[in-house]
Write a protein that binds this ligand. Structure first.
Ligand code: SAM
Length: 222
């Protein structure tokens, strides 16, 4: 790495550290695995050049195709809600930039990720490989159907807003597993934590959020 590049990386590492302290830890995310993952993943490499200077700011950013990379706090909050642990098998719906995938990988998960926009999926895969991640699989398709051949999953994270909880995802959740999903209308949703215990489903509302639409058979129509 040239000294100019290494200065830049040090600069971004400082911004990342500040982001974790002020936006994430200060708002109550305490899981050390999540905080470490958020500190390690170079978020600036997952956003388009045109918005790179805002990569560590406290809001979502556009990634093309009318889609966004979520606010850093929301990524941390949702990851913590999944209770990540090494070796956990996670299904992610909405790969987008691949940033959330990288955070899950850093937290020790094996990640199956589905994205409906082919170009985003390809870009995310390339970026994740360039950073040396390997325990992930990306598929282009309708994530509301889940990934039945790879089920059951210890965790499922949906990073787009759904009108209701897609039943295939509940079916593909392992016993003891956790599903985190924004559910509501097109303007705003509640972030739901769905837990499966001894075949029973328990739902907890973690609070309000705003996501782009989950489009698919068990989501919104186009
Ligand atoms: N997790 C992403 C990240 O870290 O950049 C952000 C995801 S963005 C908020 C939501 C993504 O969900 C978009 O890329 C969108 O194309 C995708 N999406 C919407 N409906 C989908 C579906 N049924 N299956 C798979 N992906 C879907």
């Amino acid at each position: 790495m040239s000294s100019k590049n290494s200065d830049k990386e040090k600069y971004y590492a400082r911004l990342r550290h500040q982001m974790v302290e002020t936006q994430i830890r200060n708002r109550g995310v305490t899981n050390p695995v999540v905080l470490k993952a958020m500190r390690n993943v170079p978020r600036h490499l997952f956003v388009p050049e045109s918005v790179r200077s805002q990569a560590y700011d406290d809001h979502p950013l556009p990634i093309g195709h009318g889609q966004t990379i979520s606010q850093p706090y929301m990524v941390a909050f949702m990851t913590e809600a999944l209770a990540p642990r090494t070796g956990m098998k996670v299904l992610e719906i909405g790969t987008g930039s691949g940033y959330q995938t990288a955070v899950l990988l850093e937290a020790g998960a094996e990640v199956y990720s589905i994205e409906r926009v082919q170009e985003l999926a390809e870009k995310a895969k390339k970026q994740l490989e360039a950073l040396g991640y390997s325990r992930f699989y990306i598929r282009v398709g309708d994530g509301t159907l889940g990934w039945p051949e790879a089920a059951p999953f210890d965790g499922i994270i949906v990073t787009a807003g759904a009108p209701e909880i897609p039943q295939p995802l509940v079916n593909q959740l392992a016993d003891g597993g956790r599903l985190v999903i924004p559910v509501g209308d097109r303007m705003g949703q509640d972030l739901l934590l769905v837990e499966k215990r001894e075949g029973q489903v328990f739902i907890q509302n973690l609070g309000g959020c705003v996501f782009v639409k989950l489009i698919g058979k068990h989501g919104w129509s186009q």
